[in-house]
Design a protein around this ligand. Structure first.
Ligand SMILES: [Zn+2]
Length: 234
């Protein structure tokens, strides 16, 4: 039976858009936070293209999404969250971004880093994984291995730190399931903070979250779960 690690001391989750962590790992973050982990979140873009209204003001969209992310972070029980303010839809695995991520990894010194699996391109035959998610995943992997652990990379970013495990969400190759039965409704509530990204039917959105968690749980042998591909670097 696939199992997850014991509760980590410190966790750093890094995602491209304000609602990505809720979709991907909010149940796990909330579970670990409740169990005493210090859980930090970095959101790289402003999410200002997240509207289907051609007349929407991108700055207003970004402002609303930042407010939504604040509310969700409180519900998940995070120790900190931060938006780096990169333009939505334009992410690259840049040296600038890696420098910022390495600085945070070396300052927070997480046991577990979480982010999107950049090798997932297609989900089924009808969904292409977002460009920003792929760039995000590669930037995070490169920041952990080898950059943050190698003192001659970004020497101004603090003393080297070796991340023990990387949990990759949105993966086509899950090998670890974290049970979120006790925090499923926290995940639902956190996702519902992102009103700008949801249709009018919030009950439907909540049910989608529950159904996906039940499906992952069936694979992991528990009621509700979030699935990851886990890399162990130590
Ligand atoms: Zn996203």
């Amino acid at each position: 039976m696939p199992t997850s690690d014991p509760v980590p001391e410190r966790v750093l989750a890094v995602y491209a858009h304000p609602d990505d962590p809720e979709v991907s790992c909010a149940g796990t973050l909330a579970r670990w936070a409740r169990a005493g982990s210090e859980v930090h979140l970095v959101i790289v873009t402003r999410g200002e293209k997240g509207s289907s209204d051609p007349a929407a003001d991108p700055d207003q969209v970004a402002e609303q999404r930042a407010t939504e992310a604040d509310a969700a972070a409180t519900i998940m029980g995070l120790a900190s969250h931060e938006l780096l303010g990169y333009p939505d839809g334009e992410m690259t695995n840049s040296i600038e971004l890696r420098a910022q991520l390495v600085e945070r990894i070396r300052r927070i010194r997480p046991d577990v880093v979480m982010g999107p699996d950049p090798t997932a391109v297609f989900f089924g035959s009808s969904y292409v994984n977002h460009h920003d998610h792929r760039e995000m995943g590669f930037a995070l992997l490169d920041s952990c291995a080898p950059a943050s652990a190698s003192p001659l990379y970004f020497p101004e970013a603090g003393p080297a730190h070796q991340v023990a495990s990387i949990y990759l969400s949105g993966t086509l190759e899950p090998d670890t399931w974290v049970e979120i039965t006790e925090t499923l409704e926290v995940k639902v509530a956190a996702l519902l903070c992102h009103r700008s990204q949801l249709g009018a039917d919030l009950d439907l959105a909540a049910d989608v979250v529950r159904r996906r968690a039940a499906s992952a749980g069936a694979s992991g042998g528990v009621a509700y779960a979030e699935a990851y591909r886990v890399l162990r670097l130590t």
